[in-house]
Ligand binder design. Structure first.
Ligand code: GUN
Length: 291
């Protein structure tokens, strides 16, 4: 079997064409969707992610601002900027690129974002709503993964799903979304005994660890859906995922490539959340939350 590729670039482009039209409709009411991105420090990967997010805004007809600070900036300066952005009607989404430098209390920074502009969905209140299955901003990466399933008609109900990685950004919300969709979910992490045995049971395997090629073909159940959230840079400068694509693609039924899989969908869902926030602001009073 050779896996069907889940192409995040193509699906992202398709969704963004609709977002562009909706953005233009809002712009004609003087309510163009606006995203502010805050970057602290000079992590090269974060710089690339932030540039891609800002570029995606421009290509989709969104307004965006980038606020960049050196790693030794006073936390107070960042909090003051967030307060300004919270009050700015041009801005419908605020994203603080993670990780922050060590001297920052990242939770405190995320909690400073106004709940209705928390387009990353990282505030505790938002994650609480997600846990309860209530309407909320769904964190962008797991949201993008769910879009792949929806688009490819991949059934979830009753299936065994294994999530490798328990981060607040991906692993935990991913597990919740799969659980709400009817999967039986196992979350594996650095203390898991016999990772291979868990992975081999998975009809749906989502890997978000940050270790190049750690999941090899012998860990994959034939016919599985394999979602690779990893983005690692090899010594030769090439990008690769957490899954060894070469050995996995002959076993999986569906697989995401790296690059070009989950990455573009994360940005697409950031645009989706920002657009939703802008539409809510423009229709204040109307309930536009997803059911
Ligand atoms: N760092 C890695 N992924 C993300 C993300 O989705 N959002 C933010 N804010 N930071 C990240």
């Amino acid at each position: 079997m050779t896996a069907q590729i889940l192409d995040g670039k193509a699906l992202g482009q398709k969704l963004r064409a609709d977002f562009r039209q909706r953005a233009e409709r809002l712009a004609s009411q003087d309510a163009r969707p606006g995203l502010a991105v805050i970057l602290v420090g000079d992590d090269p990967a974060s710089q690339v992610y932030v540039r891609n997010k800002v570029d995606a805004c421009a290509q989709t007809g969104f307004y965006s601002e980038r606020h960049v600070y050196s790693a030794n900036v006073e936390a107070q300066t960042v909090f003051a900027r967030i307060a300004e952005l919270n009050a700015d009607p041009k801005i419908h989404g605020i994203l603080v690129q993670l990780p922050l430098p060590r001297h920052f209390d990242a939770d405190a920074v995320l909690e400073a974002i106004a709940p209705d502009k928390d387009v990353d969905g990282f505030r505790a209140e938002n994650l609480g709503a997600l846990t309860r299955g209530r309407p909320c901003f769904i964190p962008c990466t797991p949201h993008g993964v769910m879009k792949f399933f929806e688009e490819a008609g991949i059934p979830i109900k009753g299936r065994e799903a294994v999530v490798v990685g328990r981060s607040n950004i991906v692993g935990k919300p991913m597990a919740l979304l799969l659980m709400h969709a009817g999967a039986t979910v196992t979350v594996c992490h650095s203390q898991t005994r016999d990772l291979k045995a868990h992975c081999r049971r998975a009809d749906i395997l989502v890997v978000a660890v940050g270790k190049a090629k750690m999941i090899t073909g012998d860990m994959i159940k034939p016919g599985a859906v394999v979602i690779d959230v990893g983005m690692n840079r090899l010594e030769d400068g090439k990008l690769c995922g957490d899954v060894d694509f070469a050995s996995a693609k002959d076993l999986a039924a569906f697989i995401t490539p790296v690059p070009g899989g989950v990455g573009p969908m994360t940005i697409t869902m950031l645009l989706a959340n920002t657009l939703e926030s802008a539409e809510r602001a423009a229709n204040a009073g109307a309930n536009l939350w997803r059911s």
